[in-house]
Design a protein around this ligand. Sequence first.
Ligand SMILES: *Cc1c(COP(=O)(O)O)cnc(C)c1O
Length: 458
Amino acid sequence: MIQSSATLAPAPTSRAARVAPVVRHAVRTGALGAEHPVAGFVDVEGVRESVADLQAAFDAAASGAAPGVLHTFAAKAASLIPVLRLLADSGMGCEVASPGELRIALDAGFAPSAIVFDSPAKTRDELRQALALGVAVNADSFSELRRVDELRPEGCASVLGLRVNPQVGTGSIGAMSTATATSKFGVPLRDPGARERVVRAFAERPWLTRLHAHVGSQGCPIELIAAGIAETYRLAEEINATLGVRQVTSIDIGGGLPVNFDGDEVRPTFAEYARALREAVPGLFDGSYALVTEFGRSLLAKNGFIAALVEYTKDAGGRRVAITHAGAQVATRTVLMPDAWPLRVGAFDADGLPKDAPVLPQDVAGPCCFAGDVVAHARELPELEEGDIVVLYDTGAYYFSTPWAYNSLPYPAVHGYTVSGGGEVRLAPVRPAQTLDEIAAASGLAHAGALTGLLAPA
Ligand SMILES: *Cc1c(COP(=O)(O)O)cnc(C)c1O
C-alpha cells in the first residue's frame, strides 16, 4: 500500500514517477507549506495521455467504417475551467448537468455543439437556454420531453435524446449505481409498458434522435456496464425497426468506467472497456450509430493528487494519529464512506522527499471538527512527524475539485504541472485557494445584520 520507497520508483516518464518531483518542487517554492497547508495538483501530460488512450481505444474498436465519436468529459468530475480548457484542446466535448457546469464549459471554450446537457432536474429556463444555444439535451423523463415539446424553438440545432435506465443491476456501491430498478435516472426500461411508451415517444417526435444511458459507476464491473449499453442498443434497433426509418442516429453510452484506487497501474483500461463493449454489442462499432461518451473519473482520477502538511501527531488509545490539513473538506467520500473509497497515502518529509522512517500503523486525519474526519485508518506508513507531507493519490476527479465547505474551511489551491525528461518541474495556477474574505462573503457578510434587524421594532 505504500509507495514512498525509492527502490519502488517506476520509470521516470510514468505518471506515478512525476508525483515525487512535484511534491519536492511545491515544498521548495512554498506552493505547499505553512502558508498553503493543502493543495491539489493536476498532471497535465497525464490528462493528455488519458484522452489519447480513450480516443485510441474507440478508434481500435471501430471496424471499417468508423462511427463518429464525440468523447465528452463529465464536468462534475473536475469542474475547473483550465482543466476543461485542456480537455477541449485535446479534442474533447463536455457533459454538463447544471447551469454552473454549462457556464464553465462555455467559459472553457467548448462549442455548444460539443456540449451535452444531462440532469434529472432541468428547469424550463435551463432547457430554453440550452435549446437556444444548440447544446445537446438528453431528457431524463417523459415529463421533460413534454417540456421540450413546448420549448423547442423553430430550427433548433440541439441534438435531442432520451435517457433510459436499462435496470441491469447494482455494483458494489449502492450510491454509485445508476442502473438499479429504482434509480432516479432515466426511463426505467423494464417497468411494465415502458418500452412501448419509449417507442411511442420517438414515433411522436421525429426530432428525437438519440438514446442515452449512463450505467455505472465506481464499483460496477465492466460486464454490467456493457450489458446496460447492449440493452440500450437493442432498444435503438427496435425503435428504428418499428418506425421503419433510422430515426435514432446516435447513442450516448455515458461514462461510469470504474478506477482502481489500489495501485499506480490503470485498471480497467479504456482499451479493455472498448473490447468488452465490442464483444457485448458488436453493432455499436459498425458505423450505423454515431457515439457519444461521457467519462469523468476514469479520465482524471489518476491524473491528480492532494498534498497536505502534517500539523501535529499524537497517540490516542495506542494508535498514532497524524493530524493533517486534508480531511473531509477535500476527500469527502473517503471520509464518509471509508470502505467504499479507500485512498493510497504517500509519506514525504519536510523537504518534500519520500519519507525514510520505520513503518507503523497510523491514522491519517484531517482538520475538520468531527471525530470521523480520517482519510486512512491504521495505515502502515513511515512514521509521520510535524512538518511532513502526506499525499493522497488518485484524487484528480471528485476530490479537490469538489470541496465541501464544512468548518468554513477554504477550498484549496489547485496547480497544474509538467515534469520534463530532465526532471524540471513547472507549475501553473488552476485555482487560487479561497480567501477569508471570500469565505465571509459566501457566508452572508453582506447581510450580517439582517436577522437582528428583523427583531428590531419596525
Ligand atoms: C457523473 C456522470 C458521468 C461521469 O461518470 P464517471 O463515473 O465519472 O465516468 C457521465 N454521465 C452522467 C450522466 C453522469 O451523471
